[in-house]
Design a protein. Structure first.
Length: 81
């Protein structure tokens, strides 16, 4: 998969995590950043648990799981008044 594929997976996973966590996406750039950070966190978590997720769908699932964890951590520290 090339750079464009990774960008698409990053944006999709950030958007999906945004929908799951707060009911909406964050915009292209923030979705991309959340997706990339989510991919790193998801890869780390799946590695610890020895879960192997291959292919495009596996990469998307890994990235979404990591992005949801990332957004959960962020929302824990950032509370709206």
């Amino acid at each position: 998969m090339g750079w464009i594929g990774w960008i698409i997976i990053g944006v999709l996973s950030g958007w999906i995590a945004g929908k799951l966590m707060r009911g909406g996406g964050f915009g292209f750039i923030v979705n991309f950043v959340v997706g990339i950070i989510g991919a790193l966190i998801g890869g780390w978590i799946f590695g610890i648990l020895k879960i192997s997720a291959g292919g495009i769908v596996g990469s998307l699932v890994t990235s979404v799981v990591g992005a949801v964890v990332f957004l959960s951590i962020i929302s824990f520290f950032y509370k709206k008044s």
